[in-house]
Design a protein around this ligand. Structure first.
Ligand SMILES: *Cc1c(COP(=O)(O)O)cnc(C)c1O
Length: 220
């Protein structure tokens, strides 16, 4: 049940915040609704959630017409953005968490019809398939985004290699926080169902949670 799952997640967020000496209000819970139907968003909204994460522009484009008006809802793109989908992304999302090149930033700036909030996706592991900017490129990338008047740069986002043990993610979270501090960025989007408590202890301001709220995703 979503309401029970949400209570449990909230309890865990509160406990992690308490351990870290942080207030609950310093952490935004993003409900990741990829693969689930529009109704999952409506149900989560009814329980008070306002931030939603989707991975694919096309999938959310198909879902969005099934949504009623949800005042105050914010939709975050948390999956890789292909440049041919960037215009549609600026129509559908309020936040793009996966900016990883100056070129993509420039495109979003030119196409956005309202100010877009952005996070820079950082690749901290050597895994070939992953997207994200290299830590060494962040100076150039932050300067590029800060030069785009229609983009509001919030912070950094990352996804550590998947591991059963949340402690394996902790060094990545710590590294992301150091990079954010070095570039004077306040927001940190890190932590998923299996490791969000460690992320909060390491300073996450946004946690992206799917499975712990909605259950296991059936592969498409
Ligand atoms: C799917 C996904 C999540 C949510 O993962 P869960 O383990 O289901 O909580 C978070 N962030 C990104 C980028 C994702 O793709």
């Amino acid at each position: 049940m979503l309401s029970e799952n949400l209570s449990q997640v909230e309890e865990r967020i509160h406990a992690a915040c308490a351990r870290a000496g942080r207030s609950r209000s310093s952490v935004t819970l993003i409900a990741v609704t990829k693969v689930f139907p529009a109704q999952a968003i409506v149900d989560a909204y009814a329980l008070g959630l306002r931030d939603f994460g989707e991975n694919y522009v096309q999938e959310f484009d198909a879902k969005a017409p099934g949504l009623p008006e949800l005042p105050g809802a914010r939709f975050h793109l948390i999956g890789h953005l292909q440049s041919n989908k960037s215009r549609r992304a600026t129509d559908l999302f309020q936040v793009i968490q996966t900016v990883d090149t100056p070129r993509l930033a420039q495109r979003l700036h030119e196409q956005a019809r309202w100010p877009m909030e952005v996070f820079l996706e950082v690749k901290l592991s050597g895994e070939e398939a992953k997207h994200g900017a290299a830590p060494e490129s962040l100076s150039v990338l932050t300067a590029a985004v800060r030069g785009c008047s229609r983009l509001q740069l919030s912070g950094l986002m990352t996804m550590p290699p998947w591991s059963e043990d949340p402690e394996d993610s902790r060094p990545y979270f710590r590294r992301l926080r150091e990079l954010a501090d070095a570039h004077h960025l306040p927001a940190l989007s890190m932590g998923m169902s299996n490791d969000f408590e460690a992320a909060i202890e390491e300073g996450a301001t946004h946690v992206r949670i799917g499975t712990a709220l909605f259950g296991k995703r059936v592969k498409r």
